[in-house]
Design a protein around this ligand. Structure first.
Ligand code: HEM
Length: 172
């Protein structure tokens, strides 16, 4: 462990955390409700958003970097996982925050990302067929949108709690 490693890890950890948590909370609190309010056009916007500048890919890369750097920082701060550290204020709060962020990461990977990928496939099939979407396709898109919105809300709450815990963890 050296000072350059710590600064590099913190820079990547905080930078990726700001992007990941900020983007998900913004999606859950503002974009999703707006998309729901405008109905059919909203679905088109969501499909376009998930294709623009590879948003799902960036979310995956940056959240993965956040988890890896967080884990390494946890390892360093706990002196290689010394049990005593985990019972201190900072040990407890950084660990609970980390577990919540890891939960958010798993929900993102196992619920939100598959829903976005499937939505893109259905949209592609609709575009290829040329005509209006079939009844089944409309139903599937509606179900996927609801699943995605629920997943994004859940991830947003986990990450909001992580922010609070990470901010309060370090003693005065
Ligand atoms: C979106 C998720 C996350 C956000 C927004 C976030 C944010 C932050 C911030 C702002 C700090 C600086 C706190 C301070 O210096 O007082 C920090 C530090 C830290 N975080 Fe996270 N974090 C996230 C996820 C994680 C995860 C997943 C882990 C563990 C697996 C983790 C472990 C740590 C540790 C150990 C530190 C202390 C680093 C040091 O030695 O300065 N964090 N985090």
């Amino acid at each position: 462990m050296n000072i350059y490693e710590i600064y590099t890890l913190r820079l990547i950890h905080i930078g990726t955390g700001v992007f990941w948590a900020g983007a998900v909370i913004y999606l859950a609190a503002f974009i999703n409700p707006a998309v729901t309010a405008i109905g059919q056009e909203g679905s088109k916007f969501m499909q376009q958003l998930s294709r623009t500048n590879k948003l799902p890919m960036w979310m995956t890369i940056l959240s993965t970097l956040n988890i890896i750097t967080g884990f390494r920082l946890l390892m360093i701060r706990s002196g290689n996982f010394q049990a005593d550290w985990f019972t201190t204020q900072e040990g407890l709060l950084f660990t609970i925050g980390g577990v919540l962020a890891f939960g958010a990461y798993m929900i993102g990977l196992m619920v939100s990302k598959p829903a976005v990928d499937r939505m893109a496939k259905v949209a592609e099939a609709i575009a290829k067929a040329g005509g209006p979407p079939t009844h089944e396709q409309v139903q599937e898109i509606t179900a996927l949108k609801a699943k995605l919105a629920k997943g994004v809300r859940l991830v947003a709450w986990h990450l909001a709690a992580t922010i609070v815990l990470m901010a309060l963890a370090r003693p005065m």
